[in-house]
Write a protein that binds this ligand. Structure first.
Ligand code: LLP
Length: 485
């Protein structure tokens, strides 16, 4: 197990993160619990700031908020002086609510709805990354109707196949993202954009995939983009001043992963650009952006679970079931992602068994870790899974009506709640009871409330509020959770 950031072991032999005892964290906040190491997030932001913003003329970094998006995270990124990349109105709303400068927000995505385009335009986001012809048309019309002329980059496919899981690859020709240089569609789109009155065409964008370790893949993408910029200048008759090279920098999840330092990526990308632009006698872009997500938050997250059932199938396998799984971390099920773990309350104990960690969902694939060496495990132990900061909370679901975990931000011995644990009222908050279901044995139910005003089940207009005649039967709900008034 690799110790990222402030991870350590305290004198009680317990896992410690940000100076907080992990076992105490579970006692206080419950489990599963996402624990976010504030120092490491800041350190990662600073590494990008130094390498790209201070290290490259015109360099800009926008945190890809899809990796972990909430008010506190957005705020940290803003405090560390990075921009924010959003892909939906929801992410945009979160970034703006956290106080982001709209001018440093990039709006990505392959199917921005008319409502999203309008919201982003009215919010004055800094740049739109247009993905396809439909969007170019829609954005031009919407911008015109609002009397605006936004800066726009075109997402192009450089045709690079980086070594990563197929579902996470985004730079190849057969992809739903962007327009291909090779097919000529990218140039066609740029020509079209350059003629649109309400679009300020400033550059091109690419993203070659995610969890990529090869520094060369990024350098190669930079070269292809540079030469395409030069070709585009010749076709358009004017140079495009901005280049966005996306995100995708790989992180350590397990022993097979060996990520290069951020500055290596920065230097390789910049050197490739300079070299290629030099050969083509083309000026370096005025703005060179990247959009890292995972590499800013991934290693800063640890998920704590409580061990429940333990089942040993003789000569086959031991299953250690914990109180979370694919609902808070779908990555093993989706991408066969492999994580490292430890028993937070037994950090000094020697490994004794090999076992697999399972979640509680009704799915055979609901596994967190296969065949890991660990100390003797007992029900009630606290199991920590590392490097769960990216794409865990953001892809969490309520499958089996499990509650989404809480998250705490830890630093210098203090834990601050940044995401409240969901409760049962949250689960039924958006549930509606259609009128015809209110009837039971010919009698009409009227108002259903949850205890202590936690949440109210919305009923059709005119039906709520009036009391039931005495002696009416009760609607069966989990004990103590709800009642009929
Ligand atoms: N920019 C664009 C246009 C992207 O599509 C992505 C990620 C990023 C930036 C940030 O990439 P990062 O630096 O985080 O690798 N759910 C998958 C990852 C999907 C990534 C999608 N796009 C996973 O859990 O591995």
């Amino acid at each position: 197990m690799k110790r990222h950031g402030t991870i350590g072991v305290n004198e009680r032999g317990h896992l410690e993160i940000g100076g907080c005892d992990a076992v105490e964290l579970v006692r206080e906040f419950g489990s599963p619990l996402y624990v976010i190491d504030e120092d490491l997030v800041r350190q990662n932001c600073r590494a990008y700031h130094q390498a790209f913003i201070e290290g490259i003329p015109g360099g800009e970094v926008a945190y890809a908020s899809k990796a972990f998006c909430n008010l506190a995270m957005a705020r940290l990124v803003i405090q560390e002086d990075l921009g924010i990349d959003v892909v939906s109105a929801g992410e945009l709303y979160t970034a703006l609510s956290a106080g982001a400068d709209p001018g440093r927000i990039d709006f990505n995505g392959n199917n921005k709805t008319p409502d999203e385009l309008r919201y982003a335009l009215e919010s004055r986001v800094g740049r739109f990354i247009a993905d396809n012809f439909t969007e170019i048309q829609a954005l031009d019309e919407m911008a015109g109707s609002l009397g605006l002329r936004p800066k726009v980059l075109l997402r192009v496919q450089p045709g690079i196949e980086a070594h990563t899981h197929e579902y996470i690859q985004t730079g190849k020709i057969d992809s739903k993202f962007g327009l291909s240089i090779a097919t000529g569609q990218a140039m066609e789109a740029l020509t079209l954009m350059s003629k649109k009155e309400n679009l300020d065409l400033v550059g091109i964008h690419c993203h070659i995939g995610s969890q990529i370790f090869e520094v060369d893949a990024f350098a190669q993408a930079a070269r292809i983009m540079a030469s395409f910029m030069s070709y585009a200048r010749d076709s358009l008759g004017f140079p495009l001043p901005e280049l966005n090279l996306g995100g995708g920098f790989g992180i350590y999840y397990n022993q097979n992963d060996s990520p290069a330092p951020v500055r290596d990526f920065a230097q390789a990308m910049y050197a490739a650009l300079r070299d290629e632009m030099g050969k083509l006698s083309f000026p370096l872009p005025r703005r060179i952006s990247i959009e890292p997500g995972r590499s800013i938050i991934g290693n800063a997250g640890t998920t704590l679970y409580t061990v429940g059932s333990i089942k040993t199938i003789p000569r086959v396998r031991t299953y250690i079931a914990v109180d979370g799984g694919m609902t808070d971390n779908p990555r093993p099920a989706l991408y066969q992602a492999k994580y490292e773990m430890a028993l937070a309350n037994k950090m000094l104990a020697a490994n004794q068994i090999v076992a697999s960690v399972a979640g509680p969902c009704c799915e055979t694939g609901d596994m967190l870790i296969w065949d890991a060496a660990m100390p003797w495990v007992e029900t009630g132990d606290i199991l920590a899974v590392f490097s769960t900061g990216a794409y865990n909370y953001s892809m969490a679901s309520n499958y089996n009506r499990l509650l989404k975990p809480a998250a705490v931000l830890v630093a210098e011995g203090k834990a601050r709640l940044i995401l409240r644990r969901e409760n049962f009222a949250d689960l039924v908050r958006n549930d509606l009871m259609p009128e015809h279901l209110l009837w039971n044995q010919g009698k009409q139910w009227q108002k259903l409330t949850l205890p202590e005003g936690e949440a109210e089940l919305t009923l059709p207009e005119g039906k709520a509020g009036s009391a039931l005649p005495e002696g009416e039967a009760e609607l069966a709900l989990p004990e103590g959770e709800a009642r009929v008034e």
